[in-house]
Design a binder for this molecule. Structure first.
Ligand code: DLL
Length: 433
């Protein structure tokens, strides 16, 4: 269902006029209130009065994660502190967290985004949403909670973890919709199988999964294990959390909530905008935020814009499902490799589980060496070793042809790769570079 046809199906020209008016407002506010932008715009010799069209956005400065960290905790705050009603943070692996501060208006916008997102996945007031995204500073739990409540659905605020309890509640309350990371959805399905629970017999029929890269094949795996439709949802703390972009029933790219977040795709090396259809780094400008609005925020996520109109009737711009992150992309002996490519290849190989870790080492000869640890299905592991050796060779050959690099495959016993209740860690890079 289209939650807000007025904005989601807006005529393109009208939307662009709205975006431009919002952009001009934003630039004026940021120049006045945020010393970082004031200084950057002065250095670049650009004033708010120079913005006449949306294309002029390229004259404005970018914002990076490092800029946010350098100005931690409140250097990007625009609204008076007494108007802030909620704060979220994302820590990543190193350094200070990045912070998003919300006024009531920002929370209302977020609720709207998540209501659009979850409606597009078929959520209605009749649904029982089992929300297993983490609650706390992470935006996943509260985001899906706000969305479900706005639609009028019933929310089970489970948070992540305690899988036995999740499965008990899923059966006893008849949850109809699941919200969690795709890796946790798979883990729960595994535990259900182990406990003899037939997920196909439960009313669960749809889910919104995101917060980490996942492949089309992983979607198929989740859909078949649960007997459900699995939708991709995207967002990031800095821009508001989940609900920045989402899939509709066509499951063919993610619709950006463009009236609220202005997307660009740039060449990550030069910063130059790329034409529609070309893969590059996704950049967002928040058009209506009050607390911590951002100009041209470099997400480090790699995707491309899909220019064709969508069959669902929404007119908002779509981006392709994410290919990965500039900082997740492994450069192995000069070849670019995304973990999602490995995952896609793996799921097609009979006998393997979609559980893997990529370990990268710099060998004695100073060449990069990749070890791919892959879990084998229970039935195969108890089989004779010849079968395992054949499987190992097969995976090595598939990887060589799909990735153009040699990968050493190590088959590991079922359940030995650590399961994640949040974002899965797929890469261990031991190279000191
Ligand atoms: O992960 C917000 C979120 C929560 C999105 C729940 C979807 C569902 P952060 O922790 O700040 O926020 O991480 C943001 O996660 O820049 C992407 O690299 C990655 N990511 C988020 N959604 C997807 C997705 C939340 N659908 C970072 N596909 C982003 C691929 C995703 N990567």
């Amino acid at each position: 269902m289209i939650y807000n046809p007025e904005y989601e199906c807006m005529e393109t020209g009208a939307r662009q006029r709205l975006q431009l008016a919002r952009l001009k407002n934003l630039v004026e506010t940021l120049y006045e209130k945020v010393p970082f932008y004031h200084k950057k715009m002065d250095e670049m010799g650009v004033k708010s009065s120079d913005i006449h069209s949306l294309a002029d956005i390229k004259r404005l400065p970018f914002t990076t994660k490092d800029d946010l960290r350098d100005n931690y905790p409140r250097g990007f705050l625009v609204a008076p502190p007494d108007r802030i009603v909620e704060v979220h943070m994302s820590s990543g692996t190193t350094g200070k967290p990045v912070v998003d501060e919300y006024t009531q208006n920002d929370i209302d916008i977020w609720r709207e985004c998540m209501a659009r997102t979850m409606s597009a996945a078929g959520c209605t007031s009749r649904d029982i949403v089992q929300n297993c995204y983490g609650y706390g500073l992470f935006t996943g739990g509260p985001g899906a909670h706000y969305g479900a409540m706005t639609i009028g659905a019933e929310v089970l605020p489970m948070s992540s973890g305690n899988t036995a309890r999740q499965l008990m509640v899923m059966q006893d309350f008849g949850s109809t919709m699941l919200t969690c990371t795709p890796s946790y959805a798979l883990y729960m399905a595994e535990e259900a199988a182990e406990a003899g629970i037939d997920l196909h017999k439960l009313p669960i029929s749809k889910g919104c999964f995101g917060a980490e890269a996942w492949s089309e094949n992983m979607r198929k795996e989740i859909e078949s294990r649960y007997g459900m439709k699995a939708y991709d949802i995207y967002g990031l703390t800095e821009i508001t959390g989940p609900g920045v972009a989402f899939e509709c029933e066509a499951q063919d790219g993610l619709h950006v909530n463009e009236d609220l977040f202005y997307p660009e795709i740039i060449n990550p090396e030069t910063g130059e905008p790329l034409p529609f259809g070309e893969k590059g780094e996704l950049v967002f400008t928040t058009l209506t935020k009050d607390g911590t609005p951002l100009l041209r925020y470099r997400t480090r996520d790699i995707t491309c814009i899909i220019p064709e109109p969508c069959s669902c009737g929404r007119t908002t711009m779509r981006v392709h499902r994410l290919f990965g992150r500039t900082d997740d992309m492994l450069i192995i002996r000069g070849v670019n490799v995304f973990p999602s490519q490995i995952e896609n290849a793996l799921i097609e190989i009979e006998g393997t589980e979609p559980q893997y870790v990529i370990v990268v080492n710099r060998g004695e000869s100073h060449l990069d060496e990749v070890e791919l640890q892959v879990e084998v299905k229970k039935e195969l592991f108890s089989d004779e070793t010849r079968g395992l050796e054949q499987l190992r060779k097969k995976i090595e050959n598939v990887m060589k042809s799909k990735l153009q690099i040699g990968v050493k495959v190590k088959l590991v016993e079922p359940k030995t790769i650590e399961r994640s209740i949040g974002k899965a860690k797929r890469v261990i890079d031991n190279r000191q570079i």
